[in-house]
Each structure stands twice: as structure tokens, then as C-alpha cells.
Design a protein around this ligand. Sequence first.
Ligand code: 13P
Ligand code: 13P
Ligand code: MG
Ligand code: MG
Length: 380
Amino acid sequence: MVRTTVSVIKADVGSVAGHYKPHQKMLDLAKRMLAEAQETGLVKSFYVYSIGDDIGLVITHHKGEENAEIHGLAWNIFKEVTEKISKPLKLYAAGQDLLSDAFSGNIRGLGPGVAELEFEERGSDPVIVFAADKTEPGAWNLPLYKIFADPFNTAGLVIDPRLRSGFIFEVLDMIEGKEVRIKTPEESYDLLALIGTTGRYCISKVYRAEDNEPAAAASTSRLSLIAGKYVGKDDPVLIVRAQAGFPAVGEILAPFAIPHLVAGWMRGSHNGPLMPVSFRKHAVISYFDGPPRVIAMGWQVSNGELVGIDGTEPADLFDDPFWDYSRNIASQIAIYMRTMGEIMPARLDPTEMEYTTLPQVLKKLESRFRKTRSLEVGVP
Ligand code: 13P
Ligand code: 13P
Ligand code: MG
Ligand code: MG
């Protein structure tokens, strides 16, 4: 049986009206280049989307994960789009996420985000791709826990025998570059202890415990950690397989109903609510460059190809009046968070901020700092 790989590779290589949205010509060039790769047989099917100022390439193929030809294709697309469109049109932050020129077979570590899932197709294989703008990979920690480990979210954990053996979470320590596999439900508390630290630990993969079948894959790049300085925000993607032995589509969407706070809003330096939106209508940002957004695209993966509602055009899973309620809550939280201005936790911890004037402020005040006589402070 042939195995199919779904690769989602994304980057911010420039946008219109600040960090708002890519230019249509950028998406058109990416589509043309993918269509050429389809002619050669490298790519089985593809879809190009945008969320905020990021462009995403969803590619199905039979080359497996971490494949040099697929990664090379995505890298060339982002380079060409930057050189042929973003730079000549003087789009904002042209080539923002292309941090290095040293492509040598793997796009990981060069800036673009990557999520890949290789699997043997079931009789019918629904797949959801989530993409977010103005946030970081740790934004998926809460929804992934709810989807695969919380029986109050996912009824299937209780009532579907195929889900009862639980799931294995692969957790990446993004600072130390280590990973660990944690099994739920037995080790749920250990998992939560790690993934609560969203800036450091993120879930990279989820497997069904019973047979180690891959269930989800997330992008894990932290641009600031790669670049050694603060650049654009990571704006992660996530692939989740649904139904028939996995959580149902509705169980996978449910955690987004109450928007949780994520890091990365405005100048990559603020916490804000993750607002679920239609990717056709509202995959843009506005209020205070946000609030952070998430879109959900649904397909069937059939014989190596993406099957949407019309060709490869996916189902727009947050395009439903139900989510107006969630969007309303997100707007209220966003406005509430802004009442705090630059005071934590509305503003991020200085180590997490994209911009920080703190060193300059400290330098300016250096001569005015006096040793305190207080007995209540720590001794260094
Ligand atoms: P500038 O510093 O280029 O104005 O960008 C601010 C911003 O939106 C980037 O995070
Ligand atoms: P991106 O990381 O999406 O480019 O946004 C930059 C930003 O911080 C805008 O306020
Ligand atoms: Mg940008
Ligand atoms: Mg972005």
C-alpha cells in the first residue's frame, strides 16, 4: 500500500499594508510553480492559502517526510516570490522569514515553518490543517491537549473503543533541542506540567497509542531562536487526522470555541486571544495588528490527493455563525488586554519580546540606580 505525505510549509515573505495580507501575485506565482511540479509528478496535489501576512503551501506527495525535493521546491517558491514580487513591489518585510541562504536539503532551521504527516490512507481519511498568524508553536499546546487527552472535549475518548488506549505526545524542548514522548491518560499531569510553558515546550507530533498511528503534526520553528534575535513571529501550522479511530472533526474544532491567550500579538510582544475565523473572509489582522487568528481547512486525502469541496478548495471550517460567539469573546478579551498597555502579562516577559527597549532604558538609568537598604530583596 502506498503511503501519502501531507506537507504544510509556510513563510512570511512580505505583505501589503504592513503585516496585513500577501499580494495576490505572490499566491499566483506560488500556484504556478506548484502546478509545474505537479506536471513532473513530484507533487500529487496542492493548495495555496494565506493567513494574515503568511503564505502556506499544502502539498500531498509520496516522497515521505523531510524530503529534499519537496523542501527544495518550497524554498525555491519562497525565494522566487520574494525576488520577483515582494521586493520589486516594495512589499512590507519582503523575505522576512528567509533567515539563511544555506539550503542543503531540509528547509527546517532556515525560517519557514513545516508540519508533515506521512501515513497509509484509510478507507476514508479526513484531514484538517490549522494555520495561525501573530503567534508561536506553543499556541497549539492547549487545543492539542484538549483534542487528544481531555474527555470533556473529546467524547470519543470515553465512548469510542478505538480511542480508549490513549495517545502519545512528542514534546519538544525548543530551548535545549531535546524531545520526549509522553503517554496519556496515564501521564497527563506530566504532559501538562511541561506544555504549560508554551514558550519553551511545544507538541510536535501526536500518535495513537494502540498502534503508533500518526494523528497530528505541528510546526515547531521559533524564528527568534534560529536567528538569535527577534524577527517576525513564527505563525505555526498544524495537521490533524480525523474520524474513524481519531477524534471527530467537531471534537477537533471544539477547543477553539473559547479563545485562549497566546503570545505573539503586535510586534511579536503581546499576549492576545486566538480568534477562529473563516480563511476566505477574515484571514487578516486589524485591531492592534490582530487579534491573533486561526483558520481551519478541511479535506479528504484520497489516493494521494487533496479532495476539497470543489477540486482542492477546502472546507472553511470556522465559516459558521456558531463561531461568531467565539469571535465576540475574542474581541472582548482583546480590548480588555489592551487596557493594560505595556504591563505584563498583556506585554510579554522581556525574554520573549520581539522588540525591547529595556537594555537602553537600563543604560540610561544606570547612574541613578542606588543600592537598596531593604532587607526584603534577594542577594545575587
Ligand atoms: P516596524 O518596526 O518595521 O515598524 O514594524 C513593527 C512591526 O509591526 C513588526 O513586528
Ligand atoms: P508577523 O510576525 O506576522 O510578520 O507580524 C509582525 C508583527 O509583530 C506585527 O505587529
Ligand atoms: Mg510580517
Ligand atoms: Mg505573520
